[in-house]
Design a protein around this ligand. Structure first.
Ligand code: TGC
Ligand code: FAD
Length: 387
């Protein structure tokens, strides 16, 4: 957070370690992401493996997990790291979220000791990349209807199906795949070099272009019995992983919004029309004030949820409140900042349109806004309106 935006002095309520972690990640983003990200975005190419190793060196991968080479940081520290990463680009934060909060968390929480030893230490340093396959071509918001199947053949498992829109899939070493068995939904740690596994990159995205996304085809993939995550029983296992990643997004979205706000503030201070800086017009100030108010409210919300997580009291519908509000407001901020930059707002020379485009994906993945409204609606009314 920078001084003018910190209207409520929220910064003062952060601990020393939290501020230090934030400063380190901010510096990393300034050095390694900002100078290159517009080019990565334009080309639709990102050096994800290289970045993963650098993030791993700093302990950012699985940073809120304990043991197996993970940093064991607090939920608030992890959130601040997500905020700084997403101030660079949502795709860069996605790389870290999917690795740590989805793939590593699933193995850490539901895997056998052998699976943890095999995967977590190399994933924590960014030598192995993970992905998380829940969404399918015909089943996104409703993963309970998934068509991917896992059946027994002697002691082995045979997996067949297709997973779609999977972040990191084309570069991953291991995929956590969720599939239906006769006993219900189960999770599998699938090495990507297993015969029958193919990953195709999804191209032509107009959003999250600095992130690798793919489709995973599972064509009668034979896996040993010990590939199944033994503690993952039922749909609540993958859904519990989503809570972790959604919490990171509650913070991350504010990073994209902050970068837009800082850009708009500095642009409005220097761009002159009608003989005075844009920042001096009341209409511009009204936009800036409203956005800064929403941004500070979002940060208070993120901090509250982070402190609940650190106290072990964060409930899924509370995460939905944060994901719904902060992504929706971040997108509104990005679009409003775009107007302040006029024609320059649509140029890749400035980060605003890139953030706005990225936030369209962030609004959809990890539960769409509508799904989070329904989660909150169910909590308020006691009635499920999903189906
Ligand atoms: P429902 O009957 O409500 O629940 C089934 C069981 O799961 C439990 N549960 C949860 N547990 C932990 N955390 C949560 N958030 C949970 N939500 C539900 C629930 O208590 C129940 O447990 P039990 O013991 O009774 O069996 O399930 P439903 O089929 O009605 O679905 C509910 C719904 C719609 C909320 C859920 O399906 C959902 O969240 N859908 C959205 C799907 C989604 O978010 N996919 C994300 C894919 S990953 C991704 O997008 C990565 S993006 C890359 C990046 O992060 O950067
Ligand atoms: P649908 O579920 O088809 O929804 C379409 C529209 O209908 C939405 O507006 C939705 O809100 C609305 N809708 C659906 N059901 C209802 C309802 N009951 N009531 C009211 N409205 C409803 N998935 C993974 O598993 N792993 C990943 O790593 C991953 N990475 C992704 C990366 C990117 C860049 C993107 C864009 C997506 C990624 N996803 C990933 C997929 C993402 O989680 C899904 O796109 C998301 O869950 C929505 O599913 P869908 O796209 O099939 O939309």
């Amino acid at each position: 957070m920078t001084a003018p935006l910190d209207l409520l002095e929220i910064d003062a309520s952060l601990g020393e370690e939290e501020r230090q972690i934030r400063a380190v990640v901010r510096q990393l983003v300034d050095d390694r992401v900002r100078p290159h990200v517009a080019g990565w975005y334009e080309e639709g190419q990102v050096p994800a493996r290289e970045l993963a190793r650098e993030f791993g060196k700093l302990g950012l991968l699985g940073m809120h997990l304990t043991g197996y080479g993970c940093a064991g940081a607090s939920a608030v520290a992890y959130g601040l790291a997500c905020l700084e990463l997403e101030a660079g680009d949502s795709g860069v934060r996605s790389l870290v979220s999917v690795q740590g909060s989805l793939a590593m968390y699933a193995i850490w929480r539901y895997g056998s000791e052998e699976q943890k030893q095999r995967w977590l230490p190399t994933m924590a340093v960014g030598e192995a990349i993970g992905c998380f396959g829940l969404t399918e071509p015909d089943h996104g918001s409703d993963p309970a209807s998934m068509a991917t199947r896992a059946r027994r053949d002697g002691d082995d498992w045979i997996l067949s199906g297709t997973k779609m829109w999977i972040t990191n899939a084309p570069i991953a070493d291991v995929a956590v795949i969720w599939a239906r068995t006769e006993e219900g939904v189960r999770g599998f740690a699938v090495p990507m070099d297993t015969p029958g596994v193919t990953a195709r990159e999804i191209r032509h995205k107009m959003s999250l272009r600095a992130s690798v996304t793919g489709e995973i085809a599972l064509d009668d993939v034979r896996l040993p019995a010990d590939a199944r995550l033994p503690e993952a029983i039922g749909l609540k296992a993958p859904l519990s992983c989503l809570n972790e990643a959604r919490h990171g997004i509650v913070w991350g979205a504010l990073g994209a919004a902050r970068d837009c706000l800082e850009t708009a503030l500095s642009y409005a201070a220097t761009r002159t029309q009608f003989g005075r800086p844009l920042a001096g017009f009341q209409l511009t100030q009204a936009k800036l004030a409203d956005m800064a108010v929403e941004w500070n409210k979002g940060l208070l919300l993120a901090l509250h949820l982070g402190r609940l997580a650190d106290a072990g009291r964060l409930r899924p519908e509370q995460v939905s409140v944060g994901k719904l509000n902060n992504v929706r407001e971040a997108l509104a901020i990005a679009r409003q900042c775009r107007t302040i930059l006029g024609a320059n707002g649509v140029s890749g020379e400035y980060p605003v349109m890139r953030h706005a485009n990225n936030l369209e994906s962030v609004l959809t993945y990890e539960g769409t806004s509508e799904i989070h409204q329904l989660v909150i609606g169910q909590r308020l009314t006691g009635l499920s309106a999903f189906a």
